[in-house]
Design a binder for this molecule. Sequence first.
Ligand code: ZN
Length: 321
Amino acid sequence: MKKSNRTKSAVKRLILALVFLTMTIIVLSACGNGANQSGQSGKLKITTTTGMIADAVKQVGGEYVEVTGLMGAGIDPHLYKASQGDVKKLDRADIIFYNGLHLEGKMGEIFERLEKSKPVVAISSKLEESQLQSGSAATGGATHDPHIWFNVKLWMTSVEVIRDTLVEKDSANAEHYKANAAAYLVELQKLDVYAKEQIAIIPEKNRILVTAHDAFGYFGKAYGMTVTGLQGMNTMSEYGSKDVSKLRDYLVENEIKAVFIESSVSPKSIESVIEGAKKLGHNVTIGGQLYSDAMGDEGTPDGTYIGMVKHNIDTIVKSLM
Ligand SMILES: [Zn+2]
């Protein structure tokens, strides 16, 4: 009797174990059905915040990494909050790269939690104090301007941070990462020269860049343009009618021909400035759309970092000549 009871409970335990195993398999395969999961592929899984960072990681990592960028075209990183899906993508990653300098102002807590279990790397971490520009009065607390990608030279140090992190985490493929980074850095060096040459074509008195928020401080300093924004650096800061009339007067006084709207900021604010200038008898046109905090659509030339910077340069030159 006792023996058969023991057998019964052993069978019960076995059945329970089998049920549990089956359920585990079902759950695991349900999680894994979307993309080719790296478990099998052996690729490093990397999650980034902005598209610019995702592009740089793809360039350096090549076929050895699987990159997920959280913020697509037209997304404003200053206001971005991680969704449940994003948290999963961050949890699943082997490495996380983000911009830092408080660009991703609402994601600090998540990064803090995740850095206990994996590398969470700010790609701005190699920059020295002297290379950084300070935040404007309107930044609402940020000490430094986070928009470092618009000085191509500074962005090159970010590519080096990515390279060094990949080399350290996956030393077996170190030579590939080094070679890819070297080739990409040559392209970025060319882009930096292109920017300098093109902006220099614009007559000096016309080298004034007016946009809806101060994303172009580094760009202006690196390539020789005066930059004025309506809203302050951070899209969270409010602008008032005072700012609108101040900028309107500036446009009239400096005979500025064109202002620019941005892909990740509502064009409303800049339009009210243009209206105001018109009432004073000065015609300003919208010079076109610049990419500021996000790249263009994936799969288009503007959906890469180099394409985005070139688009901006060409748009600016065409409108201010
Ligand atoms: Zn911004």
